[in-house]
Design a protein around this ligand. Structure first.
Ligand SMILES: [Zn+2]
Length: 65
């Protein structure tokens, strides 16, 4: 699952503004990425870093994208 955060401007509906989290669908083909470490397309592992942001990482060598 991947989330994108979008800051919404203040409006009559949302006087204080708000942050909307929306689920973004990811095509399965995007799970294969070229890894410079492995020099080929690899499967990607997802994990969160210290800031809580999702990062993509090579399953084989651990290269971070
Ligand atoms: Zn790799």
């Amino acid at each position: 699952m991947n989330f994108v955060s979008k800051t919404v401007r203040k409006s009559q509906d949302l006087p204080k503004g708000d942050i909307i989290r929306k689920e973004a669908s990811i095509p399965l083909s995007n799970l294969m990425l070229y890894c410079p470490g492995c020099k080929r397309g690899v499967k990607i592992a997802r994990e969160r870093n210290e800031q809580g942001q999702g990062v993509r990482k090579c399953r084989k060598c651990g290269h971070k994208f």
